[in-house]
Write a protein that binds this ligand. Structure first.
Ligand SMILES: [Fe+2]
Length: 242
């Protein structure tokens, strides 16, 4: 991950992205815990969580299961950050109390949650957008913190935001999730089901206007436990000078 203005001390450090764990009843949550345990072997310097921690079951978040999973979270040696996704806003993405509850559980577990906020750690700046479909989407507020002279990464759950007129002079990385890579993809064809307007935003790395780079993680969890040709993913980046 080449980043403009990266401080020398951070060259070679690792950043792990974990996204869309979807803790609920649609698959065995112990799979997430097992994956966290494998991920911990990489001993990442930074860990970022890009939203959709839960899927509701009969309209409810299974907070007891979430607590168990959060107890095993992968933490960065230097920092651990997170943003919320649409599923973290409960039914119809419209339950503010659900989002607040999930955010506070993340903080209790050592994750610095950015809801249209920014933070700087060892000279690396993170800007976190709250979710596009949720109740608190305000990228303009978040982007006030952008300083083009600093190394910066934006965390943004839904990649469709990349096509919105909110980026100003932003010219660095954007880490997203949300699509699960479509979960099912026939060979040589795009996936059938993608929850984005821009159908090219399925998975992987994209070069965007004004020298922005988007990376879409294929998700660790699933909506339904059906995947074909789209493996679940935890991403490990190595920071380089850009
Ligand atoms: Fe999502």
């Amino acid at each position: 991950m080449p980043i403009k203005n990266l401080p020398d001390d951070l060259v070679g450090k690792t950043l792990m992205q974990i996204s869309d764990m979807h803790v609920g009843k649609r698959f065995d949550h112990r799979y997430i815990i097992k994956s966290f345990n494998k991920a911990k072997e990489f001993n990442p310097d930074f860990v970022v969580y890009t939203g959709d921690y839960v899927s509701t079951h009969k309209g409810k978040v299974l907070y007891d299961v979430l607590d168990e999973v959060f107890g095993h979270m992968v933490k960065g040696k230097i920092a651990t950050l997170g943003i919320l996704g649409n599923h973290d806003y409960g039914i119809n993405w419209a339950e503010a109390d659900v989002a607040d509850q999930i955010a506070s559980k993340l903080s209790d577990n050592g994750v610095d949650v950015l809801r249209n906020e920014a933070t700087a750690i060892s000279g690396l700046h993170f800007i976190g957008f709250d979710d596009y479909w949720g109740l608190n989407f305000n990228p303009q507020k978040a982007m006030q913190h952008f300083d083009p002279t600093k190394a910066t990464i934006v965390l943004c759950h839904n990649p469709d935001v990349c096509d919105e007129d909110v980026w100003g002079q932003y010219n660095s990385w954007i880490l997203s999730g949300h699509t699960h890579g479509g979960q099912v993809k026939p060979p040589f064809l795009p996936p059938f089901i993608l929850p984005v307007k821009n159908r090219k935003y399925s998975a992987g790395q994209f070069s965007l206007s004004n020298d922005r780079t988007l990376y879409i993680n294929r998700a660790l969890g699933h909506l339904w436990q059906v995947r074909l040709n789209v493996r679940p993913e935890i991403t490990l980046f190595e920071l380089q000078k850009g």
